[in-house]
Design a protein around this ligand. Structure first.
Ligand code: PMP
Ligand code: GLU
Length: 398
Protein backbone atom coordinates (compact mmCIF):
# COMPACT_ATOMS: atom_id res chain seq x y z
CA UNK A 1 0.00 0.00 0.00
CA UNK A 2 1.21 3.49 -0.77
CA UNK A 3 1.16 5.09 2.65
CA UNK A 4 1.78 8.76 3.30
CA UNK A 5 5.43 9.80 3.65
CA UNK A 6 4.56 11.30 7.03
CA UNK A 7 3.98 7.90 8.63
CA UNK A 8 6.54 5.94 6.65
CA UNK A 9 9.36 7.71 8.49
CA UNK A 10 7.95 7.03 11.96
CA UNK A 11 8.85 3.92 13.98
CA UNK A 12 6.29 2.48 16.41
CA UNK A 13 6.82 3.52 20.06
CA UNK A 14 9.75 1.37 21.26
CA UNK A 15 8.54 1.34 24.86
CA UNK A 16 5.08 0.13 23.92
CA UNK A 17 6.49 -2.36 21.40
CA UNK A 18 8.77 -3.91 24.01
CA UNK A 19 5.91 -4.11 26.47
CA UNK A 20 3.81 -5.94 23.88
CA UNK A 21 6.70 -8.39 23.31
CA UNK A 22 7.14 -8.99 27.07
CA UNK A 23 3.40 -9.55 27.51
CA UNK A 24 3.38 -11.96 24.59
CA UNK A 25 6.17 -14.01 26.16
CA UNK A 26 4.32 -13.94 29.48
CA UNK A 27 1.17 -15.22 27.77
CA UNK A 28 3.26 -18.10 26.38
CA UNK A 29 4.14 -19.03 29.95
CA UNK A 30 7.64 -17.51 30.03
CA UNK A 31 8.49 -16.14 33.49
CA UNK A 32 9.54 -12.73 32.26
CA UNK A 33 10.73 -9.86 34.46
CA UNK A 34 9.34 -6.74 32.83
CA UNK A 35 11.46 -3.61 33.37
CA UNK A 36 10.10 -2.40 30.05
CA UNK A 37 7.16 -0.12 30.17
CA UNK A 38 6.85 3.02 32.27
CA UNK A 39 3.53 2.35 33.88
CA UNK A 40 2.85 2.41 37.64
CA UNK A 41 2.09 -1.08 38.95
CA UNK A 42 -0.37 0.31 41.52
CA UNK A 43 -4.13 0.33 41.16
CA UNK A 44 -5.86 3.66 40.57
CA UNK A 45 -6.84 4.80 44.12
CA UNK A 46 -10.36 3.85 45.22
CA UNK A 47 -11.79 7.37 45.52
CA UNK A 48 -10.84 8.00 41.87
CA UNK A 49 -12.31 4.74 40.63
CA UNK A 50 -15.51 5.49 42.56
CA UNK A 51 -15.69 8.91 40.93
CA UNK A 52 -15.59 7.18 37.53
CA UNK A 53 -18.36 4.77 38.50
CA UNK A 54 -20.44 7.61 39.91
CA UNK A 55 -19.94 9.59 36.69
CA UNK A 56 -21.50 6.74 34.71
CA UNK A 57 -24.36 6.34 37.22
CA UNK A 58 -25.10 10.05 37.15
CA UNK A 59 -25.17 10.11 33.37
CA UNK A 60 -21.96 12.01 32.59
CA UNK A 61 -21.83 10.15 29.33
CA UNK A 62 -22.14 12.87 26.71
CA UNK A 63 -19.86 15.23 24.85
CA UNK A 64 -18.18 17.75 27.08
CA UNK A 65 -16.59 21.03 25.93
CA UNK A 66 -13.77 20.07 23.52
CA UNK A 67 -10.95 21.32 25.75
CA UNK A 68 -12.25 19.77 28.99
CA UNK A 69 -15.04 20.33 31.52
CA UNK A 70 -15.03 23.56 33.56
CA UNK A 71 -14.83 21.36 36.69
CA UNK A 72 -11.65 19.60 35.57
CA UNK A 73 -10.04 22.77 34.25
CA UNK A 74 -10.73 24.40 37.61
CA UNK A 75 -9.10 21.48 39.44
CA UNK A 76 -6.05 21.73 37.16
CA UNK A 77 -5.82 25.50 37.65
CA UNK A 78 -6.02 25.08 41.42
CA UNK A 79 -3.17 22.57 41.40
CA UNK A 80 -0.91 24.87 39.36
CA UNK A 81 -1.70 27.77 41.66
CA UNK A 82 -1.43 25.98 44.99
CA UNK A 83 1.50 23.71 44.14
CA UNK A 84 3.65 26.03 42.06
CA UNK A 85 2.23 29.56 42.30
CA UNK A 86 1.44 29.51 38.57
CA UNK A 87 -1.76 31.35 37.58
CA UNK A 88 -3.68 30.12 34.54
CA UNK A 89 -7.11 30.96 33.13
CA UNK A 90 -9.44 28.30 31.67
CA UNK A 91 -8.53 29.49 28.15
CA UNK A 92 -4.89 28.64 28.89
CA UNK A 93 -5.65 24.97 29.64
CA UNK A 94 -6.40 22.12 27.24
CA UNK A 95 -7.36 18.65 28.46
CA UNK A 96 -6.52 15.89 25.99
CA UNK A 97 -6.67 12.09 25.68
CA UNK A 98 -3.47 11.50 27.64
CA UNK A 99 -0.32 13.54 27.92
CA UNK A 100 0.92 12.10 24.66
CA UNK A 101 -2.09 13.51 22.84
CA UNK A 102 -1.57 16.91 24.47
CA UNK A 103 2.01 17.00 23.19
CA UNK A 104 0.95 15.84 19.75
CA UNK A 105 -1.65 18.62 19.52
CA UNK A 106 0.86 21.18 20.68
CA UNK A 107 3.59 20.12 18.26
CA UNK A 108 1.11 20.18 15.37
CA UNK A 109 0.10 23.78 16.02
CA UNK A 110 3.53 25.11 17.01
CA UNK A 111 5.88 23.53 14.49
CA UNK A 112 6.11 23.26 10.71
CA UNK A 113 8.58 22.50 7.95
CA UNK A 114 11.80 24.44 8.46
CA UNK A 115 11.51 24.61 12.25
CA UNK A 116 14.13 22.99 14.43
CA UNK A 117 13.23 21.66 17.87
CA UNK A 118 15.97 20.95 20.39
CA UNK A 119 15.61 17.64 22.19
CA UNK A 120 18.30 16.87 24.77
CA UNK A 121 19.33 13.21 24.75
CA UNK A 122 18.55 10.92 26.51
CA UNK A 123 14.96 11.77 25.57
CA UNK A 124 11.58 10.12 25.84
CA UNK A 125 11.06 8.02 22.70
CA UNK A 126 8.06 9.91 21.35
CA UNK A 127 9.51 13.43 21.09
CA UNK A 128 11.46 13.09 17.82
CA UNK A 129 8.69 11.25 15.93
CA UNK A 130 6.14 13.80 17.14
CA UNK A 131 8.32 16.64 15.88
CA UNK A 132 8.69 14.83 12.55
CA UNK A 133 4.94 14.31 12.32
CA UNK A 134 4.70 18.10 12.40
CA UNK A 135 7.15 18.21 9.41
CA UNK A 136 9.74 19.91 11.63
CA UNK A 137 13.28 18.74 12.42
CA UNK A 138 14.26 17.24 15.76
CA UNK A 139 17.73 18.42 16.75
CA UNK A 140 19.00 15.86 19.22
CA UNK A 141 21.62 17.31 21.54
CA UNK A 142 23.64 14.74 23.50
CA UNK A 143 24.21 15.46 27.19
CA UNK A 144 26.92 13.98 29.42
CA UNK A 145 26.55 11.36 32.11
CA UNK A 146 29.02 13.38 34.23
CA UNK A 147 26.49 16.25 34.14
CA UNK A 148 23.71 13.92 35.23
CA UNK A 149 22.48 13.76 31.63
CA UNK A 150 21.26 17.34 31.89
CA UNK A 151 21.55 19.94 29.15
CA UNK A 152 23.83 22.85 29.99
CA UNK A 153 23.30 26.41 28.81
CA UNK A 154 26.48 26.11 26.74
CA UNK A 155 25.27 22.93 25.02
CA UNK A 156 21.96 24.66 24.29
CA UNK A 157 23.70 27.72 22.89
CA UNK A 158 25.93 25.62 20.65
CA UNK A 159 22.99 23.82 19.10
CA UNK A 160 21.01 26.91 18.14
CA UNK A 161 20.50 27.98 14.53
CA UNK A 162 18.27 30.70 13.10
CA UNK A 163 15.68 27.96 12.60
CA UNK A 164 15.51 26.89 16.25
CA UNK A 165 11.96 27.34 17.46
CA UNK A 166 11.72 25.45 20.73
CA UNK A 167 13.41 23.45 23.44
CA UNK A 168 11.88 20.34 25.00
CA UNK A 169 12.60 19.81 28.70
CA UNK A 170 11.54 16.83 30.79
CA UNK A 171 12.25 16.82 34.51
CA UNK A 172 12.13 14.42 36.30
CA UNK A 173 13.34 12.70 33.16
CA UNK A 174 12.22 9.64 31.32
CA UNK A 175 14.57 7.71 30.89
CA UNK A 176 17.19 8.95 33.38
CA UNK A 177 15.13 10.05 36.41
CA UNK A 178 17.33 13.13 36.65
CA UNK A 179 15.91 16.38 38.00
CA UNK A 180 16.92 19.89 36.93
CA UNK A 181 17.72 22.35 39.71
CA UNK A 182 16.46 25.93 39.74
CA UNK A 183 19.97 27.15 38.97
CA UNK A 184 20.32 24.90 35.94
CA UNK A 185 16.95 26.04 34.64
CA UNK A 186 17.84 29.68 35.22
CA UNK A 187 20.91 29.27 33.02
CA UNK A 188 18.83 27.64 30.28
CA UNK A 189 16.13 30.29 30.74
CA UNK A 190 18.58 33.06 29.92
CA UNK A 191 19.32 31.50 26.54
CA UNK A 192 15.62 30.87 25.92
CA UNK A 193 14.76 34.55 26.45
CA UNK A 194 17.79 35.84 24.59
CA UNK A 195 16.90 33.77 21.52
CA UNK A 196 13.11 33.98 21.83
CA UNK A 197 12.57 30.22 21.96
CA UNK A 198 9.47 28.42 23.12
CA UNK A 199 9.82 25.78 25.82
CA UNK A 200 7.85 22.58 26.08
CA UNK A 201 8.15 21.51 29.71
CA UNK A 202 7.05 17.91 30.13
CA UNK A 203 6.29 17.73 33.85
CA UNK A 204 4.45 14.42 33.83
CA UNK A 205 6.68 13.05 36.65
CA UNK A 206 6.57 16.23 38.79
CA UNK A 207 5.03 14.50 41.79
CA UNK A 208 7.33 11.47 41.72
CA UNK A 209 10.24 13.15 43.39
CA UNK A 210 12.55 11.73 46.09
CA UNK A 211 14.82 12.95 48.90
CA UNK A 212 12.57 15.89 49.81
CA UNK A 213 13.40 17.70 46.56
CA UNK A 214 11.09 20.54 45.54
CA UNK A 215 9.83 20.57 42.00
CA UNK A 216 10.66 23.53 39.80
CA UNK A 217 9.99 24.15 36.13
CA UNK A 218 11.17 26.93 33.86
CA UNK A 219 7.78 28.73 33.82
CA UNK A 220 8.09 29.31 37.57
CA UNK A 221 11.24 31.38 37.14
CA UNK A 222 9.73 34.55 35.66
CA UNK A 223 6.60 35.87 33.93
CA UNK A 224 8.67 36.26 30.75
CA UNK A 225 9.58 32.57 30.76
CA UNK A 226 6.03 31.55 31.65
CA UNK A 227 4.84 33.45 28.57
CA UNK A 228 7.08 31.26 26.38
CA UNK A 229 6.41 27.92 28.08
CA UNK A 230 3.87 25.20 27.48
CA UNK A 231 3.58 22.77 30.38
CA UNK A 232 2.49 19.21 29.79
CA UNK A 233 1.14 17.18 32.65
CA UNK A 234 -1.46 14.50 33.29
CA UNK A 235 -2.84 11.97 35.71
CA UNK A 236 -1.31 8.78 34.21
CA UNK A 237 1.79 8.56 36.38
CA UNK A 238 0.93 10.44 39.57
CA UNK A 239 -2.38 8.67 40.13
CA UNK A 240 -1.68 5.35 38.38
CA UNK A 241 -4.26 6.22 35.72
CA UNK A 242 -2.51 5.24 32.48
CA UNK A 243 -5.63 3.62 31.01
CA UNK A 244 -7.95 6.54 31.71
CA UNK A 245 -6.17 8.74 29.16
CA UNK A 246 -6.23 12.21 30.63
CA UNK A 247 -3.41 14.68 30.11
CA UNK A 248 -3.34 18.45 29.95
CA UNK A 249 -1.45 21.41 28.57
CA UNK A 250 -1.09 24.83 30.17
CA UNK A 251 0.37 27.78 28.33
CA UNK A 252 -0.14 30.95 26.33
CA UNK A 253 -3.77 31.33 25.28
CA UNK A 254 -3.11 31.62 21.53
CA UNK A 255 -1.28 28.29 21.37
CA UNK A 256 -3.83 26.57 23.59
CA UNK A 257 -6.71 27.89 21.48
CA UNK A 258 -5.04 26.55 18.32
CA UNK A 259 -4.45 23.14 19.94
CA UNK A 260 -8.09 23.10 21.09
CA UNK A 261 -9.16 23.86 17.54
CA UNK A 262 -7.09 20.92 16.27
CA UNK A 263 -8.59 18.67 18.94
CA UNK A 264 -12.09 19.79 17.88
CA UNK A 265 -11.33 18.43 14.40
CA UNK A 266 -9.77 15.17 15.56
CA UNK A 267 -10.76 13.50 18.82
CA UNK A 268 -13.20 16.07 20.31
CA UNK A 269 -13.28 15.97 24.11
CA UNK A 270 -11.44 13.35 26.15
CA UNK A 271 -13.73 10.76 27.77
CA UNK A 272 -16.35 12.41 29.98
CA UNK A 273 -16.07 9.70 32.63
CA UNK A 274 -12.28 9.94 32.80
CA UNK A 275 -12.54 13.70 33.20
CA UNK A 276 -14.75 13.20 36.27
CA UNK A 277 -12.22 10.73 37.69
CA UNK A 278 -9.31 13.08 36.93
CA UNK A 279 -11.08 15.96 38.71
CA UNK A 280 -11.36 13.73 41.79
CA UNK A 281 -7.70 12.73 41.44
CA UNK A 282 -6.55 16.35 41.41
CA UNK A 283 -8.92 17.71 44.08
CA UNK A 284 -9.43 14.70 46.36
CA UNK A 285 -7.14 13.29 49.07
CA UNK A 286 -3.49 12.97 48.02
CA UNK A 287 -2.35 10.34 50.58
CA UNK A 288 -2.24 7.58 47.96
CA UNK A 289 0.30 9.59 45.95
CA UNK A 290 2.58 9.97 48.97
CA UNK A 291 2.40 6.21 49.59
CA UNK A 292 3.29 5.40 45.96
CA UNK A 293 6.18 7.86 45.97
CA UNK A 294 7.50 6.35 49.20
CA UNK A 295 7.48 2.90 47.62
CA UNK A 296 9.17 4.19 44.44
CA UNK A 297 11.87 5.80 46.59
CA UNK A 298 12.56 2.47 48.31
CA UNK A 299 12.79 0.72 44.97
CA UNK A 300 15.02 3.44 43.55
CA UNK A 301 17.53 2.83 46.35
CA UNK A 302 17.30 -0.92 45.93
CA UNK A 303 17.61 -1.11 42.15
CA UNK A 304 20.41 1.45 42.11
CA UNK A 305 22.38 -0.44 44.77
CA UNK A 306 21.90 -3.77 43.00
CA UNK A 307 22.85 -2.30 39.61
CA UNK A 308 26.02 -0.67 40.95
CA UNK A 309 27.04 -4.02 42.47
CA UNK A 310 27.46 -5.36 38.93
CA UNK A 311 31.11 -4.90 37.94
CA UNK A 312 31.65 -2.14 35.39
CA UNK A 313 28.17 -0.62 35.66
CA UNK A 314 27.86 3.10 36.33
CA UNK A 315 24.72 5.16 36.91
CA UNK A 316 23.86 8.59 38.28
CA UNK A 317 21.37 8.55 41.16
CA UNK A 318 17.88 9.43 39.89
CA UNK A 319 15.96 12.05 41.85
CA UNK A 320 12.53 11.19 40.52
CA UNK A 321 10.26 9.27 38.09
CA UNK A 322 10.56 5.46 38.17
CA UNK A 323 13.42 4.79 35.81
CA UNK A 324 17.05 3.85 36.12
CA UNK A 325 19.40 4.38 33.19
CA UNK A 326 22.55 2.38 33.95
CA UNK A 327 25.57 2.39 31.66
CA UNK A 328 26.51 -1.12 30.49
CA UNK A 329 29.09 -0.12 27.89
CA UNK A 330 31.79 -2.05 29.82
CA UNK A 331 30.17 -5.21 28.40
CA UNK A 332 29.74 -4.10 24.81
CA UNK A 333 32.95 -5.65 23.49
CA UNK A 334 31.65 -9.07 24.52
CA UNK A 335 28.40 -8.88 22.57
CA UNK A 336 27.74 -10.01 19.04
CA UNK A 337 25.22 -7.51 17.65
CA UNK A 338 23.00 -8.77 14.83
CA UNK A 339 22.93 -7.00 11.48
CA UNK A 340 21.98 -3.36 11.93
CA UNK A 341 21.84 -3.74 15.70
CA UNK A 342 23.41 -1.28 18.09
CA UNK A 343 25.20 -2.60 21.22
CA UNK A 344 22.37 -1.57 23.57
CA UNK A 345 19.89 -3.41 21.33
CA UNK A 346 22.14 -6.45 21.30
CA UNK A 347 22.37 -6.36 25.09
CA UNK A 348 18.62 -5.91 25.52
CA UNK A 349 18.04 -8.86 23.19
CA UNK A 350 20.62 -10.95 25.02
CA UNK A 351 18.97 -10.21 28.37
CA UNK A 352 15.54 -11.01 26.99
CA UNK A 353 16.66 -14.45 25.85
CA UNK A 354 19.29 -15.28 28.45
CA UNK A 355 17.80 -13.63 31.55
CA UNK A 356 14.13 -13.48 30.58
CA UNK A 357 14.29 -9.79 31.35
CA UNK A 358 12.75 -6.97 29.33
CA UNK A 359 14.56 -3.61 29.37
CA UNK A 360 14.48 -0.87 26.76
CA UNK A 361 17.76 -0.37 24.84
CA UNK A 362 19.28 3.06 25.34
CA UNK A 363 19.59 3.80 21.64
CA UNK A 364 15.81 4.30 21.57
CA UNK A 365 16.37 7.25 23.92
CA UNK A 366 19.40 8.54 22.00
CA UNK A 367 22.08 7.12 24.35
CA UNK A 368 23.45 3.76 23.30
CA UNK A 369 25.65 3.17 26.36
CA UNK A 370 22.68 2.50 28.62
CA UNK A 371 19.58 0.42 29.17
CA UNK A 372 16.40 1.76 30.73
CA UNK A 373 14.93 -0.12 33.66
CA UNK A 374 11.43 0.82 34.74
CA UNK A 375 11.11 -0.09 38.42
CA UNK A 376 7.36 0.24 38.39
CA UNK A 377 7.28 -3.39 39.42
CA UNK A 378 7.39 -5.27 42.72
CA UNK A 379 10.37 -5.42 45.08
CA UNK A 380 10.57 -9.15 44.48
CA UNK A 381 10.70 -8.74 40.69
CA UNK A 382 13.42 -6.11 41.01
CA UNK A 383 15.57 -8.46 43.10
CA UNK A 384 14.95 -11.37 40.70
CA UNK A 385 15.64 -9.17 37.68
CA UNK A 386 18.97 -7.89 38.94
CA UNK A 387 20.12 -11.38 39.94
CA UNK A 388 19.30 -12.60 36.46
CA UNK A 389 21.14 -9.71 34.80
CA UNK A 390 24.20 -10.28 36.94
CA UNK A 391 24.28 -13.98 36.09
CA UNK A 392 23.70 -13.38 32.38
CA UNK A 393 26.52 -10.83 32.24
CA UNK A 394 28.86 -13.19 34.08
CA UNK A 395 28.20 -15.75 31.35
CA UNK A 396 29.48 -13.30 28.75
CA UNK A 397 32.92 -13.79 30.27
CA UNK A 398 35.80 -11.37 30.09
N1 PMP B 1 5.83 12.30 28.74
C1 PMP B 1 6.65 11.38 29.22
C2 PMP B 1 8.06 11.75 29.50
C3 PMP B 1 6.20 10.08 29.46
O1 PMP B 1 7.04 9.18 29.94
C4 PMP B 1 4.87 9.76 29.18
C5 PMP B 1 4.43 8.35 29.44
N2 PMP B 1 3.90 7.70 28.37
C6 PMP B 1 4.03 10.77 28.68
C7 PMP B 1 4.55 12.03 28.48
C8 PMP B 1 2.59 10.60 28.33
O2 PMP B 1 1.86 9.82 29.17
P1 PMP B 1 0.29 9.64 28.97
O3 PMP B 1 0.02 9.76 27.52
O4 PMP B 1 -0.01 8.30 29.53
O5 PMP B 1 -0.35 10.74 29.73
N1 GLU C 1 5.93 6.69 28.95
C1 GLU C 1 5.95 5.30 29.23
C2 GLU C 1 7.28 4.71 28.83
O1 GLU C 1 8.15 5.44 28.44
C3 GLU C 1 4.77 4.58 28.64
C4 GLU C 1 4.90 4.11 27.24
C5 GLU C 1 4.86 5.22 26.25
O2 GLU C 1 3.83 5.88 26.17
O3 GLU C 1 5.88 5.40 25.59
O4 GLU C 1 7.49 3.54 28.93
Amino acid sequence: MELARRIRQIPPSATLALNAKANQLKAQGVDIVNFGVGEPDFETPDNIREAGIKAIREGHTRYTPVGGTPELKEAIIRRFQEDYGLAYKPGEILVSCGGKHGLYNLFQVLFEAGDEVIIPAPFWVSYPPMVMLADATPVVVPTRQENGFKLTALELRQSLTPKTKALVLNSPSNPTGMVYTRKELEALGEVVLEKGLYVVSDDIYDKILFDGEKFVNIAMLSPELKARTFILNGVSKTYAMTGWRIGYLAGPQEGIAAATNLQSQSTSNPTSISQKAAAEALSGPQEAVAAMVKEFAWRRDDILRRSLEIPGVTCPKPGGAFYLFPNFSAYYDRLKPGAGQSPSQALADYLLTEARLAAVPGNEFGEDNCLRFSYATSRERIATGLTRIKEALEKLGK
